[in-house]
Design a protein around this ligand. Structure first.
Ligand SMILES: N[C@@H](CCC(=O)N[C@@H](CS)C(=O)NCC(=O)O)C(=O)O
Length: 222
């Protein structure tokens, strides 16, 4: 059985009054928040999303930005654990990233879901920080996480996510299923009993112990 939302006749951009335009977009965003909250399997937007054929770029800009959140099924919207319920790093973590990098987004979502403070070190193409990153890790690739509390320095988004869960996740698991498996625990699929899940987890752990063995890395000192 699938649960879906059907949205039509949104007419975004119909209002010229800036306050009403903001409300219009907020209502639309609320609709999507509801879809995420209700865990719909898919959304059909049929007809008249925008009011005119060539919509205002401000509306398109906002819409395209929050459709990223929608496609990510609301990742990074809610915390999986709060700072008072997990080990608190003394010094903020450091993340070399840039906004347009999809792998970095995955990591930032998890940092947010784990309620962790971090220092973002923008490393966009053309940034002089790239030299610093190469000197530190050996190559220019983001995301790159530095944890001054443990000395860990990691490339690879899934490995970073697994590290964050392992180190600061308490009992929660934030982020992608693949990263959660690497951390040794996959989320329970809805409908599966706890005991069946536990047995599956044991089987998976045996399998993933082979697949998720830490790769030898000259930069990883965790
Ligand atoms: N497998 C890596 C892929 C990371 C990756 O491809 N990062 C890109 C940016 S999205 C990068 O650093 N490219 C080098 C560059 O921008 O010069 C991961 O999951 O972290």
């Amino acid at each position: 059985m699938y649960k879906f939302a059907h949205i039509a006749d949104c007419h975004l951009g119909a209002n010229r009054e800036p306050v009403l335009q903001k409300l219009e977009l907020a209502a639309f965003k609320n609709t999507f928040d509801k879809c995420v909250e209700k865990k719909v399997d898919f959304i059909i937007i049929s007809g008249d999303l925008f009011h005119v054929n060539i919509p205002d770029m401000g509306v398109v800009n906002d819409l395209s930005s929050f459709s990223a959140t929608l496609i990510r099924l609301g990742r990074g919207l809610n915390s999986a654990v709060t700072a008072d319920k997990r080990r608190e790093p003394k010094e903020p973590l450091q993340l070399y990233d840039f906004e347009g990098c999809p792998y970095c987004r995955k990591v930032r979502e998890v940092l947010c879901e784990l309620d962790l403070d971090y220092l973002s070190l923008p490393t966009a193409r053309g940034s002089t920080r790239r030299l610093e990153l190469r000197a530190l890790g050996g190559k220019v690739q983001v995301p790159y996480l530095v944890d001054p509390n443990t000395g860990a320095q990691l490339y690879e988004s899934d490995e970073i996510i697994a590290y964050l869960n392992r180190t600061y996740g308490a009992t929660s698991r934030a982020g992608s299923a693949r990263a959660a498996r690497c951390a040794g625990a996959a989320p329970r699929p809805s409908g599966a009993s706890r005991s069946a899940c536990r047995a599956n987890r044991r089987r998976r752990a045996a399998r993933t112990a082979l697949r998720c063995r830490p790769r030898p890395s000259r930069t990883c000192c965790s």
